[in-house]
Design a binder for this molecule. Structure first.
Ligand code: GLN
Length: 444
């Protein structure tokens, strides 16, 4: 059921909050979508239901979001026994019924949920395939109806990509509209929390609850009012409709926008987005992850002295992909290489932002496929570069701080395909409007 249907059902007394909560708790997770189930917490929360639009709705959170008294593992050995001492701001705002914490790529680094220390989440449409990542557990849980909705985080596509692979709606808000307080940081200038839902309307509902300025996150701010629009002009950038892409994906996207006012356009610096993203995100990650030293919290490897304790703790506590990124980021920031890599990537980021600004002078929205391919097989992408390429259509959005949504527009050989709508900063309201139009067309 959707959020809307559950609220309706409760209102009409078709079922109680406790009944609906229990029905979700009884569902079996055959996909490894969850790392931790929080049955007791859910039952106690269902007992003291609040009055807001989400307070009666069960949900799940990606396991890099803090829920007081509950394990927050980030799918890492480093944090496997860590219990969060406070709630993330979004948890405080939602006041809903928490069913559990979902699987992810370790510290949200990945596109398939395969780098999780615990297990690989399976795609509900084909269990031999990945659900996408890094919010793969959240996407799979929503797609398999283990939860009505879930929260994820998106640094370079981690909400939109799994949404597209699992056939659900995934929304990444304008940078700064949702407080990051209580989200374990990966790359602070890119990270944003957002919902994975069954419908666009539900995504909008959740977004409206979690958005807003928070004094605990200095980068958060109040949303600006934007004029309502109805006559959307849509750009289709040629760099996102490349010949290497599956032609069937292209066809589905074209069909979904049929009848809308579209025009071909260009974001010429798109080819530099991935390299810029992987330098900036790893640089920020290398600084953010320095706090995991085995002294203050998390896993600690007993060692003969302090230095070997640091070294052994980090060598054993982090997985391969996380270490690869810490090394890459440390290198890019090191004196002598800073100008050649980090500083250059920041300049490239400006070019990418300008690309979008130019297109948005003429158009209201940009539409692209969310990914050049459908869900791939578990174990298929062994080479890290080929994994990084999965994000080719999503990372620019984070570099530019824009809002973007992925909505399902059909299937190819039983596997879902996602369409991405990118909007102007703060233009969420119109973006949801357009998403609803396309969603409706695709249901016909
Ligand atoms: N897949 C991208 C990465 O590996 C994005 C991750 C994310 O958005 N958290 O960095």
């Amino acid at each position: 059921m959707t959020i809307k249907e559950i609220n309706q059902g409760i209102k009409e007394k078709k079922f109680s909050v406790l009944e609906i909560t229990k029905s979700y708790l009884e569902k079996k997770d055959n996909l490894n979508a969850f790392i931790t189930k929080t049955d007791e917490l859910a039952l106690s929360q269902a007992g003291k239901e609040g009055d807001s639009i989400l307070s009666k709705i069960p949900y799940a959170l990606k396991d890099n979001l803090m829920v007081k008294g509950t394990k927050t593992t980030c799918a890492s050995k480093m944090m496997k026994d860590y219990v969060a001492p406070y709630n993330a701001t979004c948890v405080e705002k939602i006041k809903g019924i928490i069913l559990g914490k979902t699987n992810l790529d370790e510290f949200a680094m990945g596109s398939s949920t395969e780098t999780s220390y615990f297990s690989v989440t399976k795609n509900p449409h084909d269990n031999s395939r990945v659900p996408g990542g890094s919010s793969g557990g959240s996407a799979a849980a929503v797609a398999a109806d283990l939860v009505p909705y879930a929260l994820g985080s998106d640094t370079g596509g981690s909400i939109r990509l799994p949404a597209s692979f699992c056939g659900v709606v995934g929304f990444k808000p304008t940078y700064g509209t949702v407080s990051r307080y209580g989200l374990v940081a990966f790359a602070s200038s890119l990270d944003q929390i957002g919902p994975l839902t069954k419908t666009v309307e539900d995504a909008e509902t959740v977004f409206n609850v979690i958005a807003g300025k928070d004094k605990k996150d200095a980068t958060s701010f109040k949303r600006k009012e934007i004029k309502k629009n109805e006559n959307f002009k849509i750009a289709l950038p040629k760099e996102y409709f490349v010949p290497e892409m599956d032609n069937k994906i292209k066809k589905l996207i074209e069909k979904a926008v049929e009848g809308l006012k579209t025009e071909k356009s260009s974001l010429p610096n798109t080819e530099y987005a991935l390299p810029a993203y992987y330098i900036i995100s790893t640089s920020e990650a290398s600084a953010n992850l320095a706090r995991f030293d085995g002294i203050r919290y998390g896993f600690q490897k007993e060692s003969k002295d302090l230095l070997s304790s640091y070294l052994n703790t980090r060598a054993e506590g982090f997985g391969k992909e996380v270490k690869r990124r810490i090394m890459l980021g440390t290198f890019s920031l090191s004196s002598g290489y800073y100008d050649a890599y980090y500083s250059k990537a920041q300049k490239t980021r400006e070019l990418i932002k300008e690309d979008f600004e130019k297109v948005f002078q003429k158009f209201d929205f940009i539409i692209t496929p969310t990914s050049p391919n459908t869900a791939f097989k578990i174990g298929e992408k062994k080479d890290p570069i080929s994994m990084y390429l999965t994000d080719i259509f999503t990372v620019s959005v984070n570099l530019a701080g824009l809002p973007a949504i992925s909505i399902p527009v059909g299937k190819i050989d039983g596997l879902p395909v996602g369409l991405q709508i990118i909007g102007k900063r703060f233009d969420e309201e119109n973006l949801f409007q357009l998403a609803k139009i396309i969603e409706k067309k695709c249901q016909k």
